[in-house]
Each structure stands twice: as structure tokens, then as C-alpha cells.
Design a protein. Sequence first.
Length: 265
Amino acid sequence: TIRWYGLLIASAVLIGVSLSQYLAKSRNVNPDLLGDLAIWLVISAIPGARLYYVLFQWKQYAQRPDQIIAIWNGGIAIHGAILGGILAAIIFARLNKLSVWLLVDLVVPSLILGQAIGRWGNFFNSEAFGAPTDLPWKLYIPLGQRPLSFNNFDYFHPTFLYESVWNLLVFGLLMTLFFRDLRRKPHLKVGTMALVYMVAYSTGRFWIEALRMDSLMLGPLRIAQVVSLVAIALGVAGLGWLYWIGRSLPDVVPVDNQQWDTVSK
């Protein structure tokens, strides 16, 4: 229910802020900036997640506009939260005259860990599950939560679990990159962590989404898969821009192809 979601989201935020502040200290960045940014991200991410969901379910909400703000009845999307967070981070970075990529690099490990935690809200709500399956790790779904055409099936793919585990693997990858970079040279270029997050998370989301039964659709297309493919393409292109072409990423302040050891001191 909403209580579990609230508890999990609050836990993810607290853990995430603490982690990002710790990472900031490791990079000689003022950790208070990450605490301030977290407020912006929370304020923007939740409305963004809801607006994204409503836009792609507009036929339903056009008939009942009073339900648009009824977030307690369910209906949020992580891609909307990310888009809202990106907008907030850009504005925050511009106001504070900071590289937005520098900030996002410090946030993405916390973000993916928060996503891993938040997915367990789907378990408590018996939602975001996949197609019927007889695999040993199958998930029982109560009759009232099943799609009508699948009432004769009891067990389904626990896609929330797949994504939670995948997100933990991505978290491990990002943390490995971060701490390896503290010890070795050449250092990562600003934006690398964010781009790796885009590619790694979106790769997992793409194949997991294919198993789900409640995907947001645009005609015959699963929206999350389309967004994931775009994110993978942009992430790979960005990494090529940084390391193959050797240029810095577009930013709200000039970074001039600097590495972490130069921008954080």
C-alpha cells in the first residue's frame, strides 16, 4: 500500500542523501550541496513520475480528472521521476554555477540504490509483475490483482525482483568505478558515471520490461523500452564523445574536458 511505498521511498532518500554526501567528501566537494540538491530532486521527481504516468494514460484520466492528483491510488513511472530530477539538477547547477554532470555523477549511485529499494513497493502491492511462469522463483499474485484474462494463472514472473537485483548489480558497478578512480590514474572524466548509469540501467530495464504485463503503451510500443533504447544510444554516444573524440559534455558551466581530480579541488 501507500504506507509501504512511503516507508521505502523515505528510506531510499535518507540512505541516498547520506551516500551522496559521503561520495562528495571523497571528491572534495561540499557535501551540503548534495543535501540541498536532494530537496530539489524529491520535490521534482514525485510530480514528474506522476505526470509522466498520467500523460501516457490520458484516456483514462481525461474521464476522471479528479484522479490526476490521487497518487495514493498508484500510478507513477521511474522515467518521469528521472526526467523531473534532471530538470531540477540543471536548474540547481546553474544557480550554483556548478557542472551538472559533476552533481549527477555523485547522485547516480544513490539513485540506482534507491530504485533497487523502491521496487519492493511493487511486491507489497502485488503489482509490476510479469507473465505467468512455473520457474522456481515464481511469484503468487492474489486473484484480485491479476489481469482478467489471466485469472486461471496463479504464479507470475517477479519482474520487480529482477529489476531490483539488476539495479543492485549496477550499483556495484558504479561504486567499483568510483573507488577505483580514487586510487588510479587517469581519472574518470566528468559525466562518466552518469553515462554508465544510463547504459547499464536501461539495458536491464529493456529486457525486463518485455516480461511485464502492465507496461505503459504508445500504440504497439512499450514506452519504457523505447525510452531505454534512446537512453542507451545517448549514453554510448556520450562515452564515445568523452573518450574517443576527447571532448567535454555540454554543460551549464564550462568544464573543458576536465577530469574529476581537477574539477573537485
